[in-house]
Ligand binder design. Sequence first.
Ligand code: AIR
Length: 283
Amino acid sequence: MARRKLIHEGKAKIIYEGPEAGTLIQYFKDDATAFNAEKKDTIAGKGVLNNRISAHLMTKLETIGIPTHFIKSINMREQLVRQVEIIPLEVVVRNVAAGSLVKRLGLEEGQHLQRPLVEYYYKKDELGDPMISEEHIMTFGWADPYEMEEMVTMAWRINDYLSGLFSGIGLTLVDFKLEFGRIYGEFGEVYIVLADEISPDNCRLWDSKTGEKLDKDRFRFDLGDLVEGYQHIAYKLGLIPDREIMKGGSVNEKMLENLDLIENELAKERKLRDVKHGKPRKV
Ligand code: AIR
């Protein structure tokens, strides 16, 4: 394989230079980390599942008008994405109390919130991604008010859409984390797009009936086999034909490749919205 220029290696993904200007290749690793990388492991099959799940959810979100960085799946572990300037924020949306919210406010896990809660964290590993308020974002200029409005509006829509999608397949979307990026147009206008990934690495998903945790909390708190949980989610989404497909970390590549093609058909040219004027334009 030709050597590609590595742009950035993160905890769960590697970013390589893309085939054309303005594109990147996002490679999903099997590495899992938690608690700011204090806990680490390599889990065979995780990258493949996250790549599939994220490609699927990003494609679905495009159909409801959420612009994303996703262009198309390339293979089992890689996708072609638009190059964006990552906004250094983690936008977390919560429907049910869990994780750090429970700890911070002494709530009971599983309590449904009166309304979805949107929180911001500063994306800075050295500081352990501290929680911040909109005031911090303005003071330090991490995003401007137009961009904030665009991100929060998208976060609410994504939550509504994904909550419905998961509830229809018997899963509860407890909370999730989003990252956004900027794309600059030829006149200096700014487009905000959903970036990173949407996968069980950054969503909490519980079985609606049994409450079983199917997401990365399995790894964080040793609750059970991680790949089994992720496979269950992929199976419910209709992305893998049967739950056994990845037993023991082995993958039926041909079957997954065919599924990828269907998704790529959907990934047509997309319109982006200028944050200041809201006008759809092709970029
Ligand atoms: N998250 C936050 N930082 C990294 C990730 N993956 C995600 C978690 C969870 C949500 O954001 O996976 O779905 C809230 O996390 P927490 O730890 O703040 O409760």
